[in-house]
Design a protein around this ligand. Sequence first.
Ligand code: IPM
Ligand code: MG
Length: 361
Amino acid sequence: MNFNVTLIPGDGIGPEIVAEATKVLDRVGKRFGVTFTYKKILMGGCSIDAYGVPLTEEALAIAKASDSVLLGAVGGNVGNSSWYQLPPELRPEAGLLKIRKELGLFANIRPAYLYDELKAACPLNPEIIGDGFDMVIMRELTGGIYFGKRYTEEVDGVMKATDICTYDENEIRRIAVKGFEIARKRKKRVISVDKANVLDTSRLWRKVVEEVAKDYPDVTLSHMLVDNCAMQLVKDPKQFDVILTENMFGDILSDEASMVTGSIGMLSSASLSEGRLGLYEPSHGSAPDIAGKNIANPIATILSAAMMLRYSFDLDEAADAVEAAVKRALKEGYRTADIMSEGCRQVSTTEMGDIIAGFCQ
Ligand code: IPM
Ligand code: MG
């Protein structure tokens, strides 16, 4: 069987880490009798440099026609890159928002997991860490304030900016269903996060999530206000299994959750549509400061490729094999610079890719 995969290496360290992920995909594919055909497209700053826009219609059409998309990272240094002198709709991130919307990628899964081997990198106290934690953030990705009307105007000589946050019940229902479904495969606990003490969108969110919960009597639902959730993530991360939340809250909380693990270079993510087509990308950014040095950690991208095998291609065994290979590489003491600790062996981006690919066969 062959799968057509669109590759979006993107900016910064993106090309380096995507190359390692395809190395691993090819190796694991060989073992399980599947092949991958790759088509590269430009998105983000590199597309701006080539075409003046962060994502062309042609590139989008290639992604739409493929079986799945693997993304490195887009964007650069906001402070010193000319990309950020452009109007907002032409900046690198606009390409990402556009592809999410156009591919209907409404469900963003971001696992935050504490690796035993990397406990030392976790910034929390050992008493708080305990036996570790393992949560998933299910973030709504194509609605809410990031996709609402926005405008800046001058009213009576005063500058005024507006961003509108809207959710309809169908948008809430479909992401809630995804949240409960994934909880069923895990510890069966959903914490829905909102700001229902202030926002109408949150009150509707809560109501619809409660309706959906009735179809999942085996899953425990509770609600948490977003400000409290931000606090609980550092106070007691063990309490979380699935965090179900809207777009902006999920954006913020997923960064916090990844930092709490201490190893953002390890965290993968999947953005799913109603169908099989998904977009898989590391949770970290493009890290322009270390681009081209062969020192970036490719593991988050490799684990994102594993999620692709699992969620888009139903190749669970191949996904397991990749995840096991990553664990083995860590266990045997291989580390990229970002997760290096005493007694371990520091390796480059390409070496880490080779090691993991080797353990996949
Ligand atoms: C993320 C990023 C994006 C988002 C930006 C780059 C538009 O922060 O994937 O979390 O906010 O969704
Ligand atoms: Mg973010």
